[in-house]
Write a protein that binds this ligand. Structure first.
Ligand SMILES: C[S@@+](CC[C@H](N)C(=O)[O-])C[C@H]1O[C@@H](n2cnc3c(N)ncnc32)[C@H](O)[C@@H]1O
Ligand code: SF4
Length: 456
């Protein structure tokens, strides 16, 4: 039954890591504008600061990858890239108030752990000089197990990292081979043990389903192994196949990709296995142990999201990003840096910043952003609460999102949600198609539909 419903709702749609999605950002932006929005962000909510560092380099590129990556060819380029990040930290940091606390630091990529540790250390030292870190700040890095060592793990811990995400993707080396992914340097369970010994408070594992050679059975084997290792968080990404954006993905078609039905079987059986082993579902593909802060925030309806993934309302800050392709997610606007390493380095050298795209949100768009966030994260929408937050009336909020109960008839008939006066609640099965429900609030949806991957 659930399977039929999920197939029915398997349509292209945005992932809503931001609203409006990144494809709406335009080149009609200026550096002066970026600087003035940065200064203005000091007096906007949330007051907290989140920092994102993007390291695009990967020694070997996986054919499935949808991230902004760059094959690591020359050491001199890596050197110049990190030098540019230091300049960027100085210039952005100078415009932000020292009274604001950094509650979250996230390093993503690419593969940040594939560069020499001295680069990471230099950035960490510089940012501690430019920003005020909260005592319990979460400091996380996405790591590939192919380049990690006990020594590297200990060094990360020594400069303050307390959370690590390991991109396992699949435990079967044949699958890794066929997608051109470098194999783990040593067994994942030993890597996790080394992280725990070093004192990491959080260890996450990422898996991906929908790759060539994967079957429901092999995927369940992966889930079983991951559960045995008992990471604090487990993420099971649905492989997003967008060969029109990432041409290397075409290579996977030659090996044959699991059908949507097979992917759905993987999703559903994996979901059950993970829940039955004591994890809480944070989203359709994110799970956490019950005492993890995301699981607690989910229960308290205090979950939030940004480009870096789920976070709690307490730790969420406006996001300031460093490095190529990084997106600043501010209260009033988004600004994105150049996606190419060479242009990023050139722009930082010439102007001290590398912004090439931006988007300023109207009050209406801020309302829609919050509606979509509440639905996606907490499966709950209280129009009265949103009206209070924006100091508007419920009628005005409903006008902004063109609310019309009949738009939800399909979801109501399928028992995916309930509407009670000014409150919308998404049911447990509804959370599996929550992206579709969120899409109903999006007035821009008709545009660019086919460029998105399917919702499952
Ligand atoms: C930047 S990578 C993680 C760090 C490191 N580069 C690695 O691969 O282990 C972030 C995550 O994005 C996910 N990912 C990459 N390409 C994807 C795609 N096309 N569809 C879904 N998830 C994808 C992978 O699961 C990966 O763990
Ligand atoms: S999945 Fe990770 S290691 Fe592979 S190409 Fe993408 S960012 Fe690099």
């Amino acid at each position: 039954m659930l399977k039929e419903l999920l197939l029915k709702y398997n349509r292209p749609g945005p992932r809503y890591t931001s609203y409006p999605p990144a494809n709406f950002f335009t080149e009609k932006t200026s550096l002066e504008n970026f600087k003035s929005v940065l200064v203005k962000s000091n007096s906007e909510q949330p007051e907290n600061i989140s920092l994102y560092f993007h390291v695009p380099f990967c020694p070997q590129l996986c054919h499935f990858c949808g991230c902004n990556t760059d094959e690591m060819l020359k050491m001199s380029v890596v050197e110049l890239y990190f030098k540019s990040m230091l300049t960027e930290i100085d210039n952005v940091g100078a415009l932000l108030s020292k009274d604001r606390k950094v509650t979250q630091i996230h390093w993503g990529g690419g593969t940040p752990n594939s560069v020499a540790f001295r680069f990471i250390e230099e950035v960490m030292v510089r940012l501690r000089g430019m920003f005020t870190l909260a005592e319990n700040a979460e400091i996380a890095m996405e790591c590939s197990p192919a380049y990690i060592s006990k020594d590297y793990i200990n060094k990360l811990r020594s400069v303050g990292f307390n959370r690590i995400s390991l991109g396992v993707q699949d435990f079967n080396e044949k699958v890794l081979e066929i997608v051109n992914r470098a194999k783990p340097k040593y067994p994942i369970e030993e890597i996790v043990a080394d992280c725990r010994d070093a004192g990491f408070e959080g260890v996450n594992i990422d898996l991906i389903y929908g790759l060539p050679l994967q079957t429901k059975e092999s995927y369940l084997e992966n889930i079983k192994k991951a559960i045995e290792i008992r990471p604090d968080r487990l993420v099971t990404f649905s492989y997003a196949h967008v060969p029109w954006v990432k041409s290397a993905q075409k290579l996977l078609e030659e090996h044959g990709l699991p059908s949507p039905e097979e992917k759905l079987e993987m999703l559903l059986s994996g979901y059950d296995a993970i829940i039955n082993s004591g994890y809480e579902a944070i989203g359709m593909d994110h799970f956490a142990l019950p005492n993890d802060e995301l699981a607690v925030a989910k229960k308290e309806k205090m979950l939030h999201r940004n480009f870096q993934g789920y976070c709690t309302k307490e730790t969420t800050g406006q996001v300031y990003s460093f490095g190529s392709s990084g997106i600043n997610q501010l209260h009033d606007a988004y600004f994105q840096s150049s996606k190419t390493t060479s242009e990023y380095i050139k722009l930082i050298k010439e102007t001290g910043f590398a912004i090439v795209k931006g988007y300023e949100l109207s009050i209406e768009e801020k309302v829609i952003r919050q509606l979509i966030n509440e639905i996606m994260c907490n499966g709950l929408l209280n129009f009265e609460k949103i009206a209070q937050d924006f100091k508007l009336s419920v009628a005005e909020i409903k006008r902004i999102c063109q609310f019309d109960e009949s738009k939800f008839n399909e979801f109501l008939d399928d028992n995916l949600m309930n509407i009670d006066g000014n409150k919308l609640t998404v049911t447990e099965s509804g959370m599996m198609v929550v992206r579709n429900i969120a899409m109903t609030f999006d007035p821009n949806l008709a545009e660019n539909m086919n460029m998105y991957s399917k919702t499952i």
